[in-house]
Design a protein around this ligand. Sequence first.
Ligand SMILES: [Zn+2]
Length: 529
Amino acid sequence: MYDLLIKNCCIIDGSGEDPFAGDVAVRKGKIAAVGENLSGAERTIDAAGRVVTPGFIDIHRHADGAAFRPDFGKLELKQGLTTIVSGNCGLSAAPIDGDYRQAVLDYLRPITGALGPETPTASMAEYLAAAESLHPAIHVGMLAGAGTARAAVAGYACEHLNAGQLGQVQARLHDALSEGALGISLGLGYAPECFYTTEELIDALRPFAHGPIPITVHMREEGDGVLEALEEMLTVAETLDLPVEISHLKAMGKRNWNNKVPKALEMLAEARERGVQASCDAYPYTAGSTQLIHILPHDFLVGGTQAITRRLHSPQQRKLLTHRIQTGTDFDNIAGMVGWENILCSTLRQPENQPYQGLSVAEIARRLGKDPFETAYDLLVSEDCEITMIDFIADESDIIRILQDDTAAVISDSTYPTEGQPHPRVYGTFARVIERYVGEQRVLSLPKAVRKMTALPAQRLRLRGKGLLREGWDADLCIFDPAEIHERGSYSEPCRYAEGMDYVLVNGIPAIVEGMFADLGNGEVIRRN
Ligand SMILES: [Zn+2]
């Protein structure tokens, strides 16, 4: 007797192969059988006219704090997600303790939202145990953020670690991994990891050489210098013989569109041919979202938010900075590459700034009758540098190129600021791929799209039993009519659930039934095994 039988399905199993007709039986949280004319179950779902796929997997979210908020999992389930992984871009919420604890929490805030007492951050073990005790609606995993580890040891001011500090960073990563983190994330575009030279980075990761630990990386640059940044990571992967996943591959800035991404995909393919373990993923939007301080040159980030604010008070420093942004190509010069009209301040916390939330820096400057550079600096000062931006940086043809590469996975890079507006990708990424790129633009077949959202990301982080619809694998499943999948959020109104998921099963138990929330609380914490 099965617990649940899904009859008359069009099965898309996550492998990328053609769909096939059949039934799927579920018992004790696992897929018990896949075949024709199965019978004998306590409960039957007729899936005629709909497809059945493995539950979608997002290995790149920043839900470190959001996992502890009420209703966590709902917006994720609505787009078919049954598994998410946080702690990306070097910025994990654990382990954080010691003298720099508050500085690290402040730094993470625009990305993860506030990390209050409900979110234990002292160790990966405590964090994961607390997440588990909440009985999450979906499966949750974590990466060990190498930026967090470094900042917790040496803060944001220290540009070069001494041997003792390096050893402590390595020990923290090692502990987090042994406590269940699924891999290590790097944030070389952010302080303090931007201070690593390539040699120092290789040294920092050396204890993990020739091992199975996946390394994900937000590269040093994603605009003018994206190819050099990729070359650096291929060197790291090759030197240390480690699997490296390039997170959210893109080419920022108009002059880089349609030339850097094709080259990057070529470089990745060539590296794989010589045996380097390198792959990439992308989110399906032309805008990104991160801290506004990410527009600053790396040397300006030294010392953390207080030091940055101090510098921004100085007219002399402002003058220098404006010159760098107007002319600089020696850093990821987002403002210079895309212009102030393409940088939206999506989260502003101070009451006096509320009228400007959601507007571009250019528009805020117009309203204030000020220069946009001075406007950006004034906003950063008044918000203690804690501003989340949505920045229109990429070109859709590049996104399509990456999506069409068989080795590229889909991710969302969802950030969860506590205040203000999130990026629509938080609510919509996985619906958008089906609606826009499979349905409207027809640049991807549904089986290929599903593979990018299931088997491929599962392989990247070695998530056992997940990503394929196979006998004995976890019964995390989606049932839907692809024509009915819709992203409902937009940049102006991002917080709208995606539509069209008829059933979503987590560990064999329906969390969504006929589009309505059902049994929430069957997710698990996934630990490295
Ligand atoms: Zn990132």
